[in-house]
Design a protein around this ligand. Sequence first.
Ligand SMILES: [Zn+2]
Length: 76
Amino acid sequence: MPIAHCPNCGTSYQGWALLSARHQTCTTCGQRLKIQLNDQIFNGYSPFDAEKLILNMTGDTPSPPPGEKKKGKREQ
Ligand SMILES: [Zn+2]
């Protein structure tokens, strides 16, 4: 059975529900949990991190330069 604890406030959790993303966030402070299953330790899901990831993806996506559609008129 996986166990977890919150690195921020120290609250402990255990149960198979920890494998579900919606249970990988501390219900006390909102920090993502450190989950231990057998010998593996991994970080739980945090909605804050997901939001950050989406923002990064948006920022890294290059917008097409103006004039991209006019490939027939490309000059060197
Ligand atoms: Zn906590």
